[in-house]
Design a binder for this molecule. Structure first.
Ligand code: PEP
Length: 255
């Protein structure tokens, strides 16, 4: 059975004070058994401060992005080695905001994935279709291209370091979440695709999480999908109260 993962993607939000306070509240709110599989992804500049507070807890630290080169003249960028150095266990790769605003293509996503895995940092690999693609019946084709290109040259014995996040672009930050049926349909398609790329045993154990306007009110029904193993949460992860509720619902929905 796949491990459940709940990620909090804070995006470009919080002050240092808010980051510290949110982390402290989550550490206090969540019991140790509930902390497993919870990953906080603050902005780069607050990673170390958040890590300090997380010491002694099972909550993991994640970055929101990484560059694939190990070091050098890449002004403004952060390497996998740097993330590892300050205690990151995870990194989000291929988020739709990176793809759309910063023009990251599948090839860049693939380079980032490979270098993160080589450097020992697990990846939350985001895929998802736009509204236009869904309306034109291109959802599966888009997801297939993103996954096949993203995982190109990634050996399947590394798949256990990858969490796939299905995040329909039309659902991110819009308040319009996918219905549980829409989400399960794509998650099941992703698991079949992963079976082709690896094998049934590997694919069965892979964690596939849903993201896109997840709240404490809609997560319960989303978790009813057999292939939905957790969530990547944006807006609702900025409130300790909402994020705690989401984590608890996800943990309690596991058999
Ligand atoms: C995200 O950024 O990954 C996300 C899912 O955002 P939101 O929950 O705000 O839609």
């Amino acid at each position: 059975m796949p491990k459940s993962i709940v990620g909090g993607n804070w995006k470009m939000n919080t002050t240092l004070q808010e980051a510290v306070s949110l982390t402290g509240l989550l550490k206090d709110n969540l019991k140790v058994s509930q902390q497993e599989g919870v990953v906080l992804c603050p902005p780069f500049v607050y990673l170390s401060a958040v890590k300090d507070i997380l010491r002694g807890s099972e909550i993991r630290l994640g970055a929101q992005d990484v560059y694939f080169q190990p070091k050098g003249a890449f002004t403004g960028e952060i390497s996998v080695g740097m993330l590892k150095d300050i205690g990151c266990d995870y990194v989000i790769i291929g988020h739709s905001e990176r793809r759309q605003i910063f023009k990251e293509d599948n090839d860049m996503v693939n380079k980032k994935l490979k270098s993160s895995l080589q450097g020992g940092v697990s990846c939350i690999f985001c895929v998802g279709e736009t509204l236009e693609q869904r309306q034109e019946n291109l959802t599966e084709k888009t997801i297939r291209q993103q996954i096949e290109a993203g995982l190109d040259e990634v050996p399947s014995d590394r798949y256990n370091q990858i969490v796939i996040a299905y995040e329909p672009v039309w659902a991110i930050g819009t308040g319009k979440n996918a219905t549980p049926e829409q989400a399960q349909e794509v998650h099941s398609f992703i698991r079949k695709l992963l079976t082709h790329l690896s094998n049934e045993i590997v694919a069965r154990e892979m964690t596939i999480i849903y993201g896109g306007s997840v709240t404490a009110d809609n997560i319960q029904s989303l978790m009813e999908g057999n292939d939905i193993n957790g969530a990547l949460v944006g807006g609702a992860s900025l409130s300790a109260d909402s994020f705690t509720k989401i984590v608890n619902i996800i943990k309690n929905s596991r058999p």
